[in-house]
Ligand binder design. Structure first.
Ligand SMILES: NC(=O)c1ccc[n+]([C@@H]2O[C@H](COP(=O)([O-])OP(=O)(O)OC[C@H]3O[C@@H](n4cnc5c(N)ncnc54)[C@H](O)[C@@H]3O)[C@@H](O)[C@H]2O)c1
Length: 409
């Protein structure tokens, strides 16, 4: 960050990873009047040029274009970076950005492993950086109202919180053969610290999320959003035990490594938190294809991005609490989330989804995947931040980085 930045200055941002969510983020950054974008970075020249043209149409300005994010970090005029790359890049880019003195808006899940999440939290704290994680639901008013209701105790004893995601896209695509790298793509830099693999369009833009090297399937893609809310509402971070089962049950011939069907149970000692996903179909629970249900003795609060409601328990015809009909959603959550980040860059306050909160929900999601991949019932040791004597699970705590990339110390 520029040493001379004052509360009245423009905040100059750069976007790294411009294709999907990165671009969506940038469009909301541009709505914050004191923000300007001065650089774009992508390893796909086609994406980079297309977004540069769109940005010029929106702002009337040309910006610097980069294909190597380290050049972005060398630019002293850039105050903050938005990281919209696949998950396997989040850690190195965030750690490097923090050590270069930049503030960071990084997409969820915070990283692709538990160890990387921990390294990012340390880097943010070591360099006193503002790091906001893209779990925008936290900024939505209807989420905040529902969380306050859960905390009020009105639902009675909550013994179970269900979270679920039934998504058509979650069964991935039919397999296709490996092919040549498309023109204009620096595939080695796209792979970065991940293992070298032949190019396959099914592991590239968008669909990398179904392969362990880059992502963790629906559990890390949607799970971090939905698990984040129970962590906040129930005031917990670490479960007592984690179990998971599932498999590739729906379309076994599709290009997918992660589970298309999966259930995870987190036991917090006084309540169960459940995750349940199914790819390729979209009929979930309580008539919603994704959501959260806080199940109390007096009633169940059901919520997703379309709104929230309370369904009371009944004693014969008498409700144990007042029913709440469907409440409208706050659709401006993402804009507010971005604005909160810019405000914190200026004031140095902690953002609403600080790196530690992003760490906690990403770690929870990864714990579910480690339980699934090992088949073991897991017990987390908070002091050593590993699964105690479970060596099979500990082996999945962090990836081996491909040279010349080094796991951040
Ligand atoms: N907050 C949300 O609601 C939300 C929604 C969707 C996606 N996401 C997250 O956003 C991130 C991006 O997802 P997506 O679907 O947009 O992915 P995508 O594959 O569509 O886009 C990723 C972009 O990053 C670029 N990239 C890859 N390596 C790079 C590197 N080394 N340097 C510069 N650019 C590089 C790619 O070329 C591509 O343009 C993921 O972490 C995802 O989980 C968040």
């Amino acid at each position: 960050m520029r040493a001379e930045t004052s509360a009245n200055d423009k905040i100059s941002v750069a976007l790294i990873g411009c294709h999907g969510m990165g671009w969506y983020n940038l469009t909301d950054f541009l709505k914050v009047p004191e923000t300007e974008c001065i650089a774009l970075c992508d390893v796909d020249q086609g994406v980079l040029n297309d977004k540069a043209t769109q940005l010029q149409k929106l702002t009337g300005k040309k910006v610097s274009l980069f294909s190597d994010y380290r050049k972005v970090l060398d630019d002293r005029n850039i105050d903050a970076v938005i990281i919209g790359t696949p998950d396997h890049w989040h850690c190195l880019m965030t750690v490097d950005a923090c050590s270069a003195g930049k503030d960071v808006y990084v997409e969820k899940p915070l990283a692709n492993s538990i160890g990387e999440c921990d390294a990012m939290l340390s880097a943010a704290r070591r360099h006193s950086r503002v790091v906001q994680v893209g779990q925008q639901q936290r900024s939505g008013q209807h989420w905040q109202d529902a969380i306050a209701t859960v905390k009020s105790g009105k639902l009675g004893t909550i013994r179970k919180v269900k979270t679920w995601g039934y998504f058509g896209y979650g069964s991935a695509q039919p397999r296709v053969p490996d092919s040549g790298v498309p023109a204009g793509v620096d595939y080695d830099m796209w792979l970065g610290p991940a293992p070298s693999r032949p190019f396959n369009k099914n592991r590239f833009h968008g669909s990398w999320r179904f392969f362990w090297d880059q992502g963790g399937g629906l559990l890390t893609d949607w799970g971090v959003h939905l698990l984040d809310i129970p962590l906040l509402a129930m005031g917990v971070t670490v479960p007592r035990s984690i179990t998971s089962s599932g498999g590739i049950y729906s379309y076994p011939n599709n290009a997918i490594e992660t589970a298309d069907t999966q259930a995870v149970t987190y036991d917090f000692g006084n309540f169960l938190l459940e995750w349940d996903h199914a790819g390729g179909i979209s009929r979930g629970q309580y008539g919603r294809h994704y959501g959260i249900a806080f199940i109390g003795n007096n009633g169940t609060l059901v919520i997703n991005r379309e709104g929230w409601e309370i369904l009371p328990e009944m004693d014969n015809d008498k409700p144990r609490m007042e029913a709440l009909p469907l409440q409208p959603p706050d659709k401006a959550d993402h804009e507010k989330h971005v604005a909160n980040f810019i405000d914190c860059v200026k004031t140095r306050k902690q953002p609403i989804c600080d790196v530690e909160f992003g760490r906690n929900s990403a770690v929870l999601a990864h714990m579910g995947n480690v339980a699934y991949r090992t088949g073991n019932k897991l017990y987390w040791n908070e002091q050593s931040r590993n699964f105690g004597p479970d060596e099979k699970a500990n082996a999945l705590l962090k990836p081996s980085y491909r040279a010349p990339w080094k796991f951040p110390g």
